[in-house]
Structure formats: C-alpha cells, structure tokens
Design a protein around this ligand. Structure first.
Ligand code: FDA
Length: 321
C-alpha cells in the first residue's frame, strides 16, 4: 500500500506547514546530520558549481531548467544583498557555460528573500534587488520568474511584476489556483508575451482567501488553465498531477497551441520519469531546481505535500542520527 493511501489528513499538512516557519525547529533540523542524499533528492546542492552540474545534466536530457537560490523571509538587508549577488554570480556562470542560451536555464526568485519583508521600504528594496537580477538575466540571454508566496504578499508581488515588466516584459509570474482571486488574476495576466506559471499553491492559507478542499483547488486549476490557454500569454503548467497534465494537453490542443506555445514544469526530484516522458514526446518540460544552504522551509513544504517524502526524510535523519 502506498503511504499516501493512509491519508494522514489536513492535520499532518497543517503541522508540517507550521513547522516550515518555525525558527527553533529550523536550526535544530538544519544542524542535524542529515544525509546528503535526503537533501540532494529535492535540492540541487548548496554551491553554484553543484547546481550548474545538475542543470547541465537536465539540459542534456532535453529538459529546461529554472533555478531558485533558496532563502525566504529575509530579516536582514545584508542577506537580501547577498541573495542578489548569488543570483548575479549564478547568471554570470550560466552565461559563460552557454546554459542560459535561449532561456534553456532561467532563474526563479522569491521577493521575501530579496527584502520584501524588511518593513516599510521592503518592497522598494526587493524591487531594486530584483532589477539587478533581471539585468544580469538579460545579459545572460535568459528570463526570470517571480515565485508567489503567501496571500499577504500577492498584491505586492504583482505590483513588482508590473514594474519589472516595464523594462523586461519577459519577467514571469506565478499564480496559485487555491486562491479565490486567481481566476481574475489569470484574466488580467493572459496578455501577449506574458509568462504565467500556474501552480496549486503550497502555503497554509485561511478559508476567507483560499479553497481548502483538494477537489476545489483542482477544479479552480482547470478553470484558470483554460483562461491561460485561451489567452495570448505563455502558460507554464506547474504540476505533477497526472489528471491536470492530461487536461492541459487537451486544452492546449483545443486552443491550437503547438509544443512551443506552452510548457510543463515540475520540481526537481519529483516524477523524473514523467518529466523524461513529456520531454521525449516533444513537450517543453522545465524542472525547478532549488539550491543553497537555506533548504529547510522548501523541504518542509515538500514533506507537507506528500507523506511518502516525509518517510524518506525521517529515515535519512535516523540513519545518520
Ligand atoms: P498534488 O500535490 O495535489 O499532487 C497531485 C498528484 O501528483 C498526486 O496525487 C500524485 O499523483 C502526483 N504526485 C505529486 N507528488 C508526487 C511525487 N512526489 N511522486 C509521485 N507522484 C506525485 N507553490 C507556491 O505556492 N508558490 C510558488 O511560487 C510555487 N512555484 C512552483 C514552481 C513549480 C515549477 C512547481 C512544480 C510547483 C511550484 N509550487 C509553488 C508548488 C505547488 O503549489 C504545489 O504545492 C506542488 O507543485 C504540489 O502540487 P501538485 O500540483 O503537484 O499536486
């Protein structure tokens, strides 16, 4: 029996999502002698050269890549600056290796890692840092996508997106189908050249802003996808869900989109066989590869999504503990 069949329920998910933002637990788990294999399954290393080699392997197997330098909720301006510098260094290395050519490898970033949460000037600081990264991406011939965080940041993130697109119209957005507002956001963003990554959403959100039932989130995903596929933008279908992947293929066909007119996206380490199958069938398939020291919050959200991942993680901890 698959561990998922046990349905650990909403409680487990809520607990894990709560843990993802618990600072004390974070320092304990980050310092635990975690097997490198446990982290490596989902994270493309801690250093630039490690993620470059993961990206290169993915590109060699006909997959596209987006790289995320891990970090979020930065409370220190110097840390936000270091995050910008890490992206600029990464983009320089990607350009030098040729991996960023024609956007084969791009980057994804979280505005909270660039200073968005730093009080009154937070959004301005994040915007300036994001500008530095967009310029480096332009120099490297590739693109940037802004991750979407919890619902309290949605409007701010979309306003930064709007500002960045004045200079770099290729900056991509992420929308989350669990939010009630997202159908309207899809309509607003389904414009010519607009790159929109649609995902279900991974944060713990209250009932007044987000669907709580999986079925409702999935149905919202289909409605949003329909809007994006019928619109004029470039949809990026970010899911591992076999039903949604099938529906996306049908909707793209109906909207007369060719293989070049949209892409599938999945997280590093999740359903790699399906990634290869889609790529071999001629689809554009992009893999989201996070890297860096700050892997805790990211990994805990992956655990919350799938208890089988939790078993893998705990076994890894126990084997080294
Ligand atoms: P879900 O978790 O409901 O799984 C549906 C089905 O997919 C499962 O029933 C199973 O069949 C299959 N599946 C899922 N995981 C599997 C596994 N490990 N092995 C085998 N089968 C598996 N979120 C956010 O809030 N902001 C963001 O910016 C982003 N960015 C982002 C980028 C990209 C490229 C991706 C793929 C995802 C995100 N996310 C995100 C995360 C997203 O919101 C969501 O939490 C996860 O993708 C999990 O949702 P699924 O759509 O995969 O469905």
């Amino acid at each position: 029996m698959d561990l998922d069949d046990l349905n650990p329920g909403a409680l487990m998910r809520q607990t894990l999502l709560g843990m993802s933002r618990n600072e004390q637990l974070r320092s304990v788990i980050e310092k635990a002698p975690v097997s490198r294999d446990v982290v490596r399954r989902f994270v493309g290393g801690t250093a630039t050269h490690e993620v470059m080699s993961v990206a290169s392997e993915l590109v060699d197997t006909r997959r596209l890549v987006t790289i995320d330098y891990l970090g979020e909720d930065t409370a220190d301006p110097a840390m936000a600056t270091r995050t910008r510098e890490a992206y600029v260094e990464l983009l320089g290395a990607l350009a030098a290796s040729g991996l960023s050519q024609e956007g084969a490898v791009e980057v994804s970033l979280k505005l909270s890692a660039l200073g968005q949460a730093l009080g009154r000037d937070g959004n301005k600081i994040a915007l300036e840092n994001a500008r530095g990264i967009c310029q480096a991406a332009a120099n490297a011939g590739t693109t940037v996508t802004l991750d979407m965080e919890d619902h309290t940041t949605t409007d701010l993130t979309l306003s930064v997106l709007h500002d960045l697109r004045q200079d770099w119209p290729w900056v991509g957005a992420v929308l989350q189908s669990y939010l009630y507002r997202t159908e309207q956001d899809c309509r607003d963003l389904a414009t010519a050249g607009s790159r929109v990554r649609l995902c279900k959403g991974t944060y713990k959100e209250p009932e007044h802003v987000a669907f709580q039932e999986k079925g409702d989130v999935d149905r919202s995903y289909v409605r949003c996808l329909k809007i994006l596929m019928e619109g004029e933008g470039y949809p990026m279908v970010a899911t591992h869900d076999p039903r949604l992947i099938e529906i996306a293929t049908v909707l793209a066909d109906k909207a007369q989109r060719g293989a070049e007119d949209f892409e599938f996206q999945m997280l590093h380490g999740i359903r790699p066989d399906e990634q290869l199958r889609l790529a071999a069938g001629g689809a554009r398939m992009r893999v989201y590869v996070p890297y860096g020291e700050e892997w805790y919050g990211y990994l805990m959200r992956r655990m919350a999504e799938r208890p089988a991942n939790l078993g893998f993680f705990l076994r890894g901890l126990a084997s080294r503990g």
